[in-house]
Design a protein around this ligand. Sequence first.
Ligand code: NAD
Length: 264
Amino acid sequence: MHYAVTSRGDETSNALQQKIKNYLNEFGLIFDEDEPDIVVTVGGDGTLLQAFHDYAHRLDATCFVGIHTGHLGFYADWMPEEVEKLIIHIAKTPFQVVEYPLLEVVIRHFGDEKSERYLALNECTVKSVEGSLVSNVSIKGELFETFRGDGLCVSTPSGSTAYNKALGGAILHPSLATLQIAEMASINNRVYRTVGSPLVLPQHHTCLLKPLNDVDLQITIDHYSLVHKKVKSIQCRVADEKIRFARFRPFPFWKRVKESFVGD
Ligand code: NAD
């Protein structure tokens, strides 16, 4: 089996990364950063998000497992003390694979035939660089509303516990192939009106955002943030691809939610 180990880059994570490499090499696994069957991330959720984007071109052939060297993460859910146990699992046992849905984002610009396609593990957010975002929101080809406000967040089920949660969105189980649209401070008065609640769309229901004012947009895909000019549309739907996690023990999603947000 071919493997890669990524690190957040701090001293603790780097030391653990080296330890994992040594162990896995001893077990006869092959270190291969280009075409790994499994990627072990050491750091936090951000480290796993980064690894996901680094290997997004080969999701069908790569599994992920995350170790947290800080607080318990949503994706990075193994503790440093469990590393030996995890290594033996990776080296000796055929592991189960759990798949989580992803978000596909296609951005089109005025005066450009080409579109840009991204995959997000957590979410895509759209804000105006200056003033409010004014954008039509269509669902499945039908105009749903004209949004005015700080911005919109379109998240995956596994990303529903991240930015989406801070916006009052629901926590969705990652077995549901859905996307969720959450508002950021919409303007609602006698002139402007939006639905005001987070919306959960099933697979194949595309959400299309069409900005109505000519402003630069700040668009994030997970931890990446880019300013886009002359945006014609941002199309979001549940992606055909999925992320695959290597599972060596049960750690139910709701248990993770409880431990992270409610307490023991
Ligand atoms: P970061 O270091 O600022 O991390 C933000 C926090 O989000 C970390 O504690 C991380 O563990 C947590 N996190 C990441 N994914 C999560 C998930 N799926 N469920 C629960 N918690 C999660 O930035 P980063 O590590 O580069 O992560 C980028 C993410 O930060 C974005 O995808 C976005 O979801 C999140 N974010 C949240 C807010 C907010 O809650 N107001 C604002 C901006 C970004």
